[in-house]
Design a binder for this molecule. Sequence first.
Ligand SMILES: Cc1cc2nc3c(=O)[nH]c(=O)nc-3n(C[C@H](O)[C@H](O)[C@H](O)COP(=O)(O)O)c2cc1C
Length: 176
Amino acid sequence: MQAQAVIDEAIRGRRTHKVFQPEPLPSELISEILDLARWAPNHKLTNPWRFRVIGPEAKERFKLVAEDDKPGSAIKLDRTPTLICASALLQGEDRQRREDLLASAAACYIVLLAAHARGLASYWRSVPVMDSEAGRQALRIGAQETPLGLLHLGYPRQTQRVPERAPVQDVVSFLD
Ligand SMILES: Cc1cc2nc3c(=O)[nH]c(=O)nc-3n(C[C@H](O)[C@H](O)[C@H](O)COP(=O)(O)O)c2cc1C
């Protein structure tokens, strides 16, 4: 298949999965995916993204915080074999901080695409308790970092419904 067709498929075919097989991903595979995320565009080469692969102890720490915040929520963390804490290191003036936030989001998207390209399932999930002092401490998120959520990765268990997209004419225009 030509590169264009492969990339188009990856973009269209990636889906959010919330259920996974129980097996964790090998650490080499996680590293391979996160290595690709470093190729996201970033102004002034600030490399602002930070990814922390959550190990068993960190998971237990964060489960306590999540459960305290919202009883019953820790179970979601156990249902996912591989969890990655994604954040953006924001420094300098407002413009740079905004660019670095956007670049870090692009890096997260690379993680999802790279996972999909390897036949894996992924889910980018907002987890508000990551913003709390307890959540930041549990996941070792630095004071200058803004949490971007958890990236759930694993082997897929089922195919996903394709959510509708807004028609192109609603979101794209060609200016004079
Ligand atoms: C920054 C971000 C945060 C998200 N947080 C959540 C979330 O907290 N809960 C959720 O169900 N989906 C979350 N999603 C996933 C979206 O719901 C999902 O991308 C959307 O439904 C489209 O489905 P698709 O990813 O399969 O195309 C998030 C996606 C992004 C980009």
